[in-house]
Design a protein around this ligand. Structure first.
Ligand SMILES: [Zn+2]
Ligand SMILES: [Zn+2]
Length: 168
């Protein structure tokens, strides 16, 4: 049995809608912060904008984007904001083994990722069937040892189009 909370569904719906219509407005980011009881601050808004505009970016990339609009922001401040947003489920953190952590604004839909072994580029992979089929790994409750699952994280590894065109 798996289910997403209403809250997650709302986020996913607004996220999907925003992907169609482009970047959400500042007011929408502020509403998302308030919904999760996070105070609205300029660094938080700037980080949310940077993560939306740069899916799967690492901390350094987000930091340099944020500095474009907030030149005085510190690396530590951006780092702290990313942690707060991740904890509030407004931003999702992914960390392929051997790579630096990446962040994205597409949250709550349990999608997966494919990572290029050569250049490290990352793309989204939707669940193959239904909403989140991987949340049911086994019919045997004992195999889960009492764990109640709420998420499955799958990373596919391969070579992206550009890298595989370069030959083996
Ligand atoms: Zn590649
Ligand atoms: Zn993603």
């Amino acid at each position: 049995m798996h289910r997403h909370t209403e809250f997650e569904k709302d986020l996913t719906a607004s996220n999907r809608a925003s992907n169609v219509g482009g970047m959400p407005s500042r007011a929408e980011f502020e509403a998302q912060l308030r919904m999760t009881d996070l105070r609205v601050t300029r660094p938080r808004i700037a980080v949310m904008e940077a993560v939306h505009a740069n899916p799967h970016a690492d901390t350094e990339t987000i930091y340099s984007v944020v500095r474009g609009s907030l030149p005085t922001v510190s690396r530590q401040a951006v780092y702290d904001v990313l942690h707060a947003l991740t904890a509030a489920n407004l931003v999702r953190r992914i960390q392929p083994s051997g790579a630096t952590a990446r962040y994205e604004a597409r949250v709550g839909d349990n999608h997966h990722h494919v990572v290029c072994r050569s250049c490290g580029s990352i793309a989204d992979v939707d669940c193959a069937v239904g909403e989140a089929p991987c949340l049911t790994p086994s019919n045997d409750e004992h195999a889960l040892d009492g764990f109640l699952l709420d998420e499955a994280e799958v990373i596919y590894w391969g070579r992206c189009r550009e890298c595989s065109a370069d030959g083996p």
